[in-house]
Design a protein around this ligand. Structure first.
Ligand code: NI
Length: 187
């Protein structure tokens, strides 16, 4: 199983590379990797397993964070609605691509974090409020989904990793909490 020691940290140049497209049909290796990445996220959100193995909780993981420069991301975004407990996102995406997005921007009120960044970096990370993403799923089928708010932010954070972009690259300086007009701040 994957643990924190498999995850590379900022400063490693692989995190700054543009990752390679995955070839179709998906190889067994790429399918196994996608499954392992999703399992890592599940484990990281399970209090007992996370404590036992020292996992930091995560909702997304990109293959370059495992020093594998391929366009693969895993997403496990839990529901915040007890009446609809299914996760908002629970999937592996191969070659994900944002094909359209809203004019509306959004950011998380608490900023962002990353399993590859062992420090808090305060500031608003302004992204698109809604995105449409095309990708190949783990069965090799082409998919197209529309995401908004938190899941949209998470998928943009992970796709950034495929392009060598870290979340803090988006934080304004000198004032990390400066906001352009009309940005939705998600609590
Ligand atoms: Ni990250």
């Amino acid at each position: 199983m994957l643990t924190m020691k498999d995850i590379i940290r900022e400063g490693n140049p692989i995190l700054r590379e543009v990752a390679q497209e995955v070839t179709a049909p998906l190889s067994e290796e790429d399918i196994a990797l996608g499954n392992e990445m999703l399992t890592f996220l599940k484990n990281s959100q399970d209090p007992e397993i996370a404590e036992k193995y020292g996992l930091r909780g995560g909702v997304g993981l990109a293959a370059p964070q495992l020093a594998i420069s391929k366009r693969i991301i895993a997403l496990l975004v839990p529901s915040n609605n007890p009446e609809k407990p299914e996760p908002l996102l629970n999937t592996v995406m191969y070659n994900p691509k944002i094909v359209s997005h809203s004019v509306q921007s959004a950011c998380l009120a608490d900023g962002e974090g990353c399993l590859s960044v062992d420090r808090e970096v305060p500031g608003y990370v302004v992204r698109h409020a809604r995105v449409t993403v095309e990708y190949t799923d783990i069965e090799g089928n082409k998919q197209k989904i529309r995401l908004k708010n938190y899941p949209a932010i998470v998928v943009q954070h992970e796709i950034d990793h495929l392009n060598g972009v870290m979340f803090y690259d988006h934080i304004a300086s000198p004032n990390p909490f400066a906001l352009p007009e009309d940005v939705l701040v998600l609590e």
